[in-house]
Design a protein around this ligand. Sequence first.
Ligand SMILES: *[C@@H]1O[C@H](CO)[C@@H](O)[C@H](O)[C@H]1NC(C)=O
Ligand SMILES: *[C@@H]1O[C@H](CO)[C@@H](O)[C@H](O)[C@H]1NC(C)=O
Ligand SMILES: *[C@@H]1O[C@H](CO)[C@@H](O)[C@H](O)[C@H]1NC(C)=O
Ligand SMILES: *[C@@H]1O[C@H](CO)[C@@H](O)[C@H](O)[C@H]1NC(C)=O
Length: 282
Amino acid sequence: MELYHEIIPTPKMKLFTALSALVGVGLVHGQGNMVPAPASSNKFGSKPSVQRDIANLTFYTVGFHPNAPILRFESTLVIPNPSPDAGPAGDVQAIWPGLQTDTLLQNVVTSVGGGPHEWYLLPFYCCHPAGNLTSQIRIYPGDLLTNSYIWDTPNNKWLDTWALTPGAEGSKAGLDAFHGGLTFDQTTASREQTPAIVPKAYDNPVLAIELQGLGTWDFGAVQWRNIIMEANTTDTDWCTKVNTDNPMKMITSPPVVRTEGNVTTCYISKLTFDSPTDKKSS
Ligand SMILES: *[C@@H]1O[C@H](CO)[C@@H](O)[C@H](O)[C@H]1NC(C)=O
Ligand SMILES: *[C@@H]1O[C@H](CO)[C@@H](O)[C@H](O)[C@H]1NC(C)=O
Ligand SMILES: *[C@@H]1O[C@H](CO)[C@@H](O)[C@H](O)[C@H]1NC(C)=O
Ligand SMILES: *[C@@H]1O[C@H](CO)[C@@H](O)[C@H](O)[C@H]1NC(C)=O
């Protein structure tokens, strides 16, 4: 197993102070991308310019818009069935929870990286440059992947951690539970964008299915559990009105929202992206 490289014992975490560390290893072309705002268009003609070089870039997303800094964002993804697609590598099928502003931090689960019918975990940063933050890790349908992004405000760093408990298939394949993490310096990363951008607090947690090329949503329902978001606001509408602009069937448990002081916490026990209702289903 090659997994031991990725098992980074907490509390000692990898520190990424500079994205230039990524540039040398070659940019991974679009394992994850910014969701257009509003996350509406599956129309390929109306994509923001940063995305025009990626063919058939398509999203199915739920985004939350507190219009205030996010302090914490956690979720557990049930790794879905494998795609029956055995298409050419590069036809990305990806699922990710991410934190978006004018850049994007995302722990991507992607179909690209090995053979067909396989899923890989690939923490990623987007977009100019974009790149992996660690090597990829093979994971399996039925595994539970908990992703957590926590803003260490005194040090202005992001703690990005992931923990995986294997399901039946993963266990059978010899996968042990693992966890890992890294400390992400958004300020430096923003400065190293081309052109450099002034860092803005992440204010948009996103749950996403992303497709590229000939990739389709053919892997069945995608379930998110225990979604927890904390935003620096007393508004609650951003939590209670769960919405998608995309052509998909979605099932959500009622959000639970609570404001203490200036901070609002939003909890959703289960949110299922059931199926697409457009042509991307096959
Ligand atoms: C990015 O992925 C490549 C290919 O898997 C790997 O060689 C490289 O070490 C990764 N970068 C980091 C920062 O882990
Ligand atoms: C984009 O999607 C269309 C329709 O499915 C397909 O015909 C075309 O080959 C795709 N383009 C690429 C580059 O994958
Ligand atoms: C949270 O909002 C308060 C104002 O309500 C502000 O003083 C504080 O700096 C904000 N904190 C963060 C981390 O954005
Ligand atoms: C809420 O924000 C105000 C500034 O608007 C600040 O004085 C106060 O300390 C904050 N309260 C908490 C609990 O963060």
